[in-house]
Design a protein around this ligand. Structure first.
Ligand code: ZN
Length: 247
């Protein structure tokens, strides 16, 4: 079984299309770790495309805020304005779809899908100390999380907790992580639509359970086209700029 793992698409349809083109014929089942909408200009198009994949999808905090399930009071002003813009522009059936998305953790075919952390879907897991609880409590030895928009993750073997940071070599499309059967893995595919690890390219992962390997991918996309659409609909300039910075 080969999983396509996507997360934090954030209404960036151009980045999503670039990811699907790069991943073509390389996966059997798709999984999405939440935040389909928020920040970007294409919420309806992104939801339609993910639904057409037949993907297993869990919700993120921006899916709750964008669909009105949460009030976005804990968002910063720029994120809140984007959530309210999203709410106004969602087609009614897309809004209902987002409201009905299940929370993680959700286990599917040997892996577990999580937006933030095992205990709290809204927790940002950035440091090893924060990852430990999820590594110990996750229901399967290989789990995927999003929310931080940072590609990589954490592994745990015999009380040794390691930070995993994919090293992308020039000219290579992905960086491979060989999975050890005794080790527990809490892995982040990175963000499709708003990377924050300094690499502006769209991020995703492919997990091949039969061959015990996770591939961390980065693909370029036409981010200027997305920035133009964002400006056209009046999304905040800081959201437009950060796409090019990958921050
Ligand atoms: Zn997000």
């Amino acid at each position: 079984m080969r999983f396509l793992i996507i997360s934090d698409i954030h209404a960036n349809h151009t980045a999503l299309e670039a990811v699907l083109e790069a991943a073509k014929d390389r996966w059997d089942r798709a999984a999405c770790l939440g935040d389909l909408v928020g920040y970007g200009p294409d919420p309806n198009e992104v939801v339609d495309r993910v639904r057409a994949l037949g993907a297993t999808v869990i919700r993120g905090n921006h899916d709750r805020a964008g669909s009105g399930l949460a009030d976005a009071e804990d968002f910063n002003p720029v994120a809140k304005a984007a959530a309210l813009w999203t709410r106004e522009h969602l087609r009614p059936e897309v809004l209902s779809y987002l409201q009905e998305l299940p929370p993680g953790p959700l286990s599917v075919d040997g892996i577990t899908l999580i937006h933030g952390a095992v205990r709290d879907e809204d927790e940002y897991v950035l440091a090893p100390g924060q990852a430990l609880a999820s590594l110990l409590e996750m229901p399967s030895p290989i789990s995927f999380f999003g929310h931080t928009h940072l590609q990589g993750g954490f592994s745990l073997l015999d009380n040794q907790l390691k930070v995993l940071q994919p090293a992308h070599q020039a000219g290579q499309t992905f960086s491979a992580l060989q999975l050890d059967p005794q080790t527990r893995y809490f892995l982040n595919p990175g963000s499709v639509g708003q990377p924050r690890d300094g690499d502006a390219r769209a991020a995703f992962a492919i997990c091949d359970l039969d061959h015990h390997v996770v591939e961390y991918w980065r693909v370029p996309y036409d981010l200027h086209a997305v920035q133009e659409r964002m400006a056209l609909v009046g999304l905040h300039p800081s959201l437009i700029q950060r796409l090019a910075l990958g921050r």
